[in-house]
Design a protein around this ligand. Sequence first.
Ligand SMILES: Cc1ncc(COP(=O)(O)O)c(C=O)c1O
Length: 450
Amino acid sequence: MKDDNFLKENNARHLWHPMGAPGDLQANPPKIIKSAQGVHITDIDGHSVVDAVGGLWCVNLGYSNDAIKEAIAKQLYDLPYYSAFAGATNPPAIEASLMVREFFADDGMARVFFTSGGSDSVETCLRLARQYHRLRGEPTRTKFLSLKKGYHGTHFGGASVNGNNRFRIAYEPLLPGCYHLPSPYTYRNPFNETDPARLAQLIAQAAEDEIAFQGANTIAAFIMEPIQGAGGVIVPPETFMPLMRAICDKHGILMISDEVITGFCRTGHWSGARHWGVKPDMMCTAKGITSGYFPVGAALMSDKVAAVFEDDKTGEGAIWHGYTYSAHPVGAAAVIACLSETLRLNTAANAGPRGAQLYQGVLQLAEKHDIIGDVRGGHGLMTGIEIVSDRAAKTMMDTATMKRIHQTAYEAGAMVRLSGHNILMSPPLTITADEVDVILNALDKGFAAA
Ligand SMILES: Cc1ncc(COP(=O)(O)O)c(C=O)c1O
């Protein structure tokens, strides 16, 4: 490894970073994170902080899980790679598929298609949803419904159902046939409705209206996150996902639950759909499936969907879709170890109370700092804070102030994530009460510096 001077001199000079402006990053180079232990990360200058971001909503088990590290290392020696395209497989992939299936059995999931990450899992679900309807004799069902503020990755399909124009405009035209419903976002919505249950009803009505307008027999699937993550931690009321499930059933539309963040206990339940008592038809997962230690995702299918593919006699049921790294043996070994550890550590049990502590703590900060416009969370370890320069007018805070809040909080002991004028937090699910307090104290200092 090159020395620190080399790293600082070359930082962002050759590497284009995801989700950042290359010129801006050259002028303001990113923090170089060199090591991590437990829930702490340490930068190149030796400054150590609690990682309230959990890597990127993914390091659910913290940074020191030796079981996953050892499983990855061992698998590299046994079999570092082999293709899983038709005709070959590998032992960890077989075992991991059963584990993932069992993990999500209560959600009605029956089959597993491994991918390299969340965007791949979304893409897989969208594509297989269309094929499912073709196989059933309804080839006109090609369109997708989704929610504004939703984030479904950056492949063309995922970006097309994405509900935030920051990820869309520069890449248009996107996939035709994708339609967006309002988000269950009580702080700002086109109905000016602040009551969550009434807002859910209005969105359900808008969904019925859109379906009638498009023609139900043209719609393949509706995709949603059980709690919208990157859009600002937007928590729907408990009625919302069941309402949308009923609408999908009524019109023969598949429901895809995008669990890339909410899967594997982040909400305090094994999946986000289970948190709301809903059984989807498909699930997209990634992130917590390996705690970020290896890039893996999985698209999951219910029995209903699986049967249509597996019972096909026309020859059209073959899946002409997949990735070089689908069912990667090292990734699968990471999945086996990570799921065993998730069960052993019972992270769902910690995510609930620590999430409540973080959420309540931020609500208390909101009494002190009037730049806090809205606080969202309370369902596991996902907390969003919307920062405003004028509380009454809900004016979004400017970027320079957001950066100052971020840097001050970092210097005071916590890495948080900025997304526009939102602060997003999703620390490892292994975090302790004292470590949550470190985050809250750091935020307090950050807000005081605004
Ligand atoms: C809900 C959701 N879906 C899909 C994705 C895309 O995942 P990836 O970045 O692994 O491609 C993300 C990433 O944050 C996500 O939050």
